[in-house]
Structures are given as C-alpha cells and as structure tokens.
Write a protein that binds this ligand. Sequence first.
Ligand SMILES: Cc1ncc(COP(=O)(O)O)c(C=O)c1O
Length: 408
Amino acid sequence: MRKIPVTIPYFTDEEEQEVAKVLASGWVAQGPTVAKFERAIAEHEGVAEGVATTSATTSLHLAMIANGLGAGMDAIAPAFTFVATENAIVMTGATPVMVDIHQETFNIDTRKIAEKIEEQYESRDGKLVNKDTGNILWGIVPVHEFGLCCDINEVNAIAKEYGLKVVEDAACALGAMVGGVHEGGFGNCSCVSFHPRKSITTGEGGMILTDDPALAKRMRELRTHGSTVSADARDKGHGFLLPEYNEAGYNYRMTDIQAAVGMAQVRKFEDILACKRRRAALYNELIAAKLPEFITPVEPEGYYHTYQSYVCMLNIKELGIASTAEGGAYRNNMLQTLEDIGIATRQGTHAVHMLGYYRNRFGYKPEDLPNAYACDHLSITLPLYMQMTDDDQEYVVDTIRKVIDGRI
Ligand SMILES: Cc1ncc(COP(=O)(O)O)c(C=O)c1O
C-alpha cells in the first residue's frame, strides 16, 4: 500500500554531525549551542533577541508572565487554535476570553476583538474591567494559524487604543511575513515552535522573539528557576557559588543537543519554505482543476504564507450538505477512508471552546463561536513536506476525487 504521511521532518547527515559535536564537548544541557541557535533564529527573523525554551507552550507561558499576565486578569484569544494557546493563559492563573475567526484565513477576526472589548468591559481607574467577573483585561494573544500571519497591524492598533499587551502565538509561523516584516518583528513578544509538525524542528522546542533586551534578560532568568546567572556564564567563572534568585522561576531550558539539531535545520529553512510554497501552489492548481468540493487556503496581498500546514475547507454547499454537523461527519468518514488506504490527513485544528475543560468551565455552546465551530468540523490538512513529489500530490488529490465519487 502506498503510504503518504501528513508530514515528516527533513533530516540529513548535518543534524547527526552537529549533535556529535555537542556530545563530544560534554556540554549537553543548555549552553553555548542554545545561545548560537537563539542568535541564528533571531537573525533570520530580523529581531534583536531569541529566548529558547522547551516548547511554544512554555514560551507562551514565560512571555505572558514576563508581560505581567496573572490571576484576576483576562486575555483575549481566538477560539480556533491549538489548545496550548488557551492553556498557557490558564497556566498563568488568568482567564482566556475567546473570540471568533475568519473562515478564509483561519485567523482572529479583529472586529470581534473590538466588539468583545466594547460589550464586555468598562473603564475604571484607567483599566478595562470585565463587567461580569471584575477581571482586568490584560491583552490579546493573536495566533498566526498554519503559517499565515493574522492581521497583526490591526491587533496592534486595537491594543494601542485600549492600552493592552500583545503576546503573539507564532507556533506555526516561523518565517511568515506581513509587508516584508518577519513575524517576531511586529513589536511584541512572539512565540515559535520547533515541534516536528513545524517547518523546522528540534524534536520539541520553542523560542520567544523580542526586540526588548531587558525583557529577554528577565525571561532568560525565569526560564532557569529565576537565576540571575546562566549555567554557561557560571561555568566561565566563580562557578562554585550559586547565584541570586530574585523570582520563583521555572526550568524551561532547551538543551544543547536539541539546539544542535536546530543549527542544522536553520541552514535548510529557506529551502524548506521555498519547497512548501511551491507544493502549496501545486495543490492549489490540482484542487482548482479536480476538487470543487475543497476551498483552498488564501494568501492575502502583502502576506507571506509559510504553509506550516496546507489546510482546506470542505465546501458543503457544493456537496449538497445542509449543516456543519453533517459536514463534519462527512469529513470524518472521508479522512478515515483516506487513512485506511495509507494517506494521512488531519482536521486543521480544534475549536477550543468546544473542548471539555473550556466547555465545562465557561458553558460555551458550539454556536457561540460559529466560524471556529465550522473550521473545527470542515477543515482538512493535506500531506505536505520536503520529501514529497509532484506525483505524491497528484495521487492525494486523485484519491480524494475517487473517495468523494464513491469509487473507493
Ligand atoms: C497555534 C499553536 N500554539 C501553540 C502550539 C504548541 O506548540 P508546542 O508543541 O511547541 O508547545 C501549537 C502546536 O501545534 C500550535 O499550533
């Protein structure tokens, strides 16, 4: 049976060679290779500082804490995102307040942010206070979903107008741009992921990008238990005494072994991006010609999509399906059939307001955030990776055609 995975990392001998160097050095925890990897990523994104952590989730948590988010506060986030976005807010003790997205871009609808602020909050002593809970509105956590930036300029404008913080969930969006500016360069802390589903990987890993050196210093301290001196710096002198700890911090350190993999990956990054963009264009063509039941992803004018995932929507009107729920059942059957014959696909991501913890805690109903609900049910991620061939892509599209026609 021909097997097509949804993605595979692109490794060559280079990763092994970089890891071998680190192992030979004997320094395998966080040290000089992480520092090198931070500089390489920050340079690529045109940002002053990179602060590596164990994942995008821990990057988000650290960036939120360092930007003052905590108990008694609200943070606005999109409902259609991986659960880690909202979980990171909950980890700080704050409350996520979800708003809807655009179905076309899968990204936060900025009009809904403004509406939510106007409806739900009132100004007291220069702060925006939630009329129901008394929580103070801290800020916004926009997500650059699937490698396409959200309308970050509008998010920043809203934040400025209302005096809010912004921490960007850029887990999927390393390399993405708006108006020629790389994500990370929009004036906020921005958190990327190096999970194997992302364009480049360190196994697990994440990084906060920021142009604020003081904030970067504080986040480096917080990621290492609140220590005022890194292990690397301690090793270089006066290593016998433990340093001062002014804050209760975390152990969110990426290792030098992971960063070694990252150093080899970052050298391949531009080739991987170019390949994924070419493959996305080929899918667009094949789908336009053969699958009117699929709505292909958009790249609005001035945006640079990195296609971390190539995510389509099922056009239920074209299929004669009346409701989102029925469309979801149809989608699930289709993806099961594809899996049975060796083609791995995925639901794009989930509507977080429909997940047990959030549903039970906040009493959300699916229709409260209808676009997130629709994307949860109707989105389809197609296989996309460096090693794929044109023939693989044609096989995927032709096989979906057969499944829809009932020939498989
Ligand atoms: C939008 C979004 N945020 C956060 C995360 C979490 O990233 P990590 O697995 O690196 O913690 C992911 C991972 O898929 C994601 O897609």
